[in-house]
Design a protein around this ligand. Structure first.
Ligand code: CA
Length: 244
């Protein structure tokens, strides 16, 4: 994804310009080490176990690790032509997007073996699920709701705040009926009503890491562990993952 500074400044102004009464900063509770070599693109956590996709051409991989110990259970690398992107799971099947290849990998959750590949139109950024459909972001303000069996787009929702479109939606997480999304390049996580696309809440998280630790990576990666009801967030190449 291209780093468009002008556009990111526009997005930031959009958020800062609206009433801050909507902003409800989440309280930082604790943090654990995170693999700083991972250019985090997709993040899911179930029962304390993490599945994380790491991007970049030639470095893309999927890592399955234990949150409390950082022990790597399994990992798999992808061909250098693929730039790994969003990741989610339905019924034991992982789905992982790629940035511009138009290819999604369907992967066995336990073995990390590719079961099959799917094709889709446009770029792939973030991915989550309501348990039935895949929900895909592609760098625009549109979220696509996709049939996981054939990758057909069943419908789309446009995301906005106070009537203004919000582009660059990146990593996603379905949490108790809402979609949490990183907005690429800025320290905001937005909470989206999946039916209307309206942003109902936003979390401003500007100081999770000291600047010296966070270059060049931006905030990216949201995972909700249903077993503990904890939300974890991290960033690209960040040395820490935070519980919020
Ligand atoms: Ca996620």
């Amino acid at each position: 994804m291209q780093y468009n500074l002008k556009f990111i400044l526009f997005l930031a102004s959009l958020f800062l310009g609206v009433s801050l009464t909507l902003a409800q900063p989440l309280k930082e509770r604790t943090s654990l080490p995170h693999f700083s070599k991972c250019y985090t693109q997709g993040l899911i956590i179930q029962d304390g176990l993490v599945w994380e996709s790491c991007g970049q051409f030639g470095e893309s991989q999927l890592i399955h690790w234990e949150l409390s110990t950082q022990k790597v259970i399994k990992h798999v690398k992808f061909d250098g032509k693929y730039f790994a992107e969003g990741l989610t799971e339905i019924g034991g099947r992982l789905f992982m997007l790629t940035w511009r290849a138009g290819v999604a990998f369907e992967i066995n959750k336990q073995t990390l073996e590719t079961i099959k590949t799917h094709k889709y139109q446009g770029e792939g950024w973030g991915l989550t699920t309501d348990g039935k459909q895949l929900i895909l972001s592609n760098g625009t303000d549109v979220l696509q709701f996709i049939n996981p069996d054939d990758f057909s787009v069943e419908y789309s929702v446009k995301v906005s705040i106070n009537g203004k479109p919000v582009n660059m939606l990146n990593e996603l997480e379905w949490i108790e009926g809402k979609i949490y999304a990183n907005v690429y390049g800025i320290d905001y996580i937005v909470v989206i009503d999946p039916k209307t696309g309206n942003i109902t809440q936003k979390h401003h998280l500007p100081k999770l890491l000291k600047n010296s630790f966070r270059k060049p990576g931006v905030l990216n990666g949201i995972a909700y562990d249903k077993s503990t009801k904890k939300i974890w967030i991290t960033g690209k190449n960040w040395p820490k993952i935070f519980e919020l």
